[in-house]
Design a protein around this ligand. Structure first.
Ligand code: AMP
Length: 399
């Protein structure tokens, strides 16, 4: 069976895609479709080897975006309908209590993913449209859903349960599910490989710090807690989301600022976090503002670090002993300042960073703690596309 997999990550107004070999990890092409359904700014950037193609113009919906992207594949010498794709792997955000393994997509599975849209109204509908589009454009190619919630399926009830009315919680599926699971699992397995020990023997704390951000506490390869909740709003401070917030703030805001449900949702998903506090959500821009003396940006940075350390403390206590602390994603992989500030002053607990290792940029996995430190601190580049491609290839191969 061909190990060539098309991986799709469909968001509400964007699609990221990659065509890659699941076994060798060789990427043939990748791209992003942006501002789907918006009147301005529609754009596709497609890279295949040395070729970079760009399209600018309105993209009315996901299907139209994918059709354009497929055309760009053809222009770059890769006809997706004839190249011999073995599987399409879809990142699906919410698996609810229904899915926790990579799943071959049938009509029933697609319907169930659609039904889970009540839990993830901003994400699952886009995933459904992405799946419907590729089913139509690549008929006969097996499609696999890989769920962002899957890795957190085995969290203990004490970690999963919200302290609200139990009947209401059960009736509406209200509990902690966690997200970014594919990334947390991938980097924790890579960390184990790097340390030359089975993941089942290691306790790890993983910080996935990108535009969205989450942390997880992993005992012997199994996630026992994570910061994101029923939705991706809970936990760490993110680019545009607040993370933990007194639940009383929402009804108060609705009354005091006269906001309706969708305005509050918009505020919490797009107008909070670093962006809400400082005006920018990109960490590089935040750093520039701080360097220029912007006090709001500086405060936003310290709120971000404060929250991160709060969870670090919680997870250290949960695990008792920690073998590795792992940083990944855009900020985690690229900001030495965040890593240093997150772990500052913890030598007495065996947690230390070597400043020169921390500052040195290098591709691939690297240790940033001194060799002698009891806790190994690693930077591990995440690769959700590869993890999805491998899961899809494995599942399809097994059928
Ligand atoms: P991701 O969601 O993983 O793509 O990460 C996006 C975030 O990573 C954005 O906030 C970027 O500003 C941040 N990022 C990317 N490169 C750097 C860098 N060199 N230094 C600091 N932050 C970075």
């Amino acid at each position: 069976m061909s190990d060539l997999v098309l991986v799709l990550n469909s968001g509400s107004s964007s699609i990221k895609y990659q065509l890659l070999h699941a076994v060798s990890a060789q990427v043939l092409a990748s791209g992003i479709v942006e501002k789907i359904g918006e009147s301005h700014g529609g754009r596709i950037v497609h890279e295949a080897g040395a070729a970079e193609l760009e399209y600018e113009g309105a993209i009315p919906d996901h299907r139209a975006g994918l059709l354009r992207a497929f055309e760009m594949f053809r222009q770059s010498g890769l006809d997706l309908t004839t190249i011999g794709i073995g599987a399409v792997g879809h990142r699906v955000v919410h698996g609810g209590e229904v899915f926790w393994e990579p799943t071959l997509i049938t009509d029933d599975v697609l319907r169930a993913i659609d039904e889970l849209s009540v839990l993830a109204p901003l994400h699952n509908p886009a995933n459904v449209v992405g799946i419907e589009s590729t089913r139509e454009l690549l008929p006969g190619v097996p499609e696999v859903a890989v769920f962002d919630t899957a890795f957190f399926h085995a969290m203990p009830d004490a970690a999963k349960t919200y302290a609200i009315d139990a009947k209401l919680a059960a009736a509406h599926g209200i509990r902690k599910y966690g997200f970014h699971g594919t990334s947390h699992q991938y980097v924790s397995e890579k960390a184990a490989e790097y340390l030359g020990r089975p993941a089942g023997e290691l306790n790890q704390i993983v910080f996935h710090l990108g535009n969205g951000a989450s942390a997880s506490s992993i005992r012997g390869g199994v996630a026992i807690d994570t910061t994101m909740g029923m939705t991706p709003l809970e936990g760490l401070v993110m680019g545009t989301r607040p993370g933990d917030l007194d639940p009383g703030v929402t009804p108060y805001l609705m009354r005091a600022a006269d906001l309706d449900v969708s305005q509050v949702e918009q505020l919490l998903n797009r107008g909070s976090g670093l962006k809400g506090m400082s005006g920018v959500n990109d960490f590089r821009e935040l750093q520039q503002l701080i360097d220029g003396g912007d006090t709001q940006a500086k405060l936003a940075y310290y709120v971000y670090i404060h929250r991160l350390r709060r969870y670090l403390g919680a997870y250290l206590v949960q695990l008792g002993t920690v073998d590795a602390i792992v940083f990944t994603a855009g900020v985690g992989e690229n900001s030495p300042a965040v890593r240093a500030d997150a772990l500052a002053g913890l030598q007495a607990m065996g947690i230390e960073i070597d400043p020169s290792r921390n500052e040195t940029r290098a591709p691939g996995i690297r240790r940033i703690s001194p060799e002698s430190a009891p806790v190994t601190v690693l930077v591990v580049p995440t690769n959700e596309e590869l993890a999805i491609a491998r899961a899809a290839h494995e599942l399809v191969g097994a059928h």
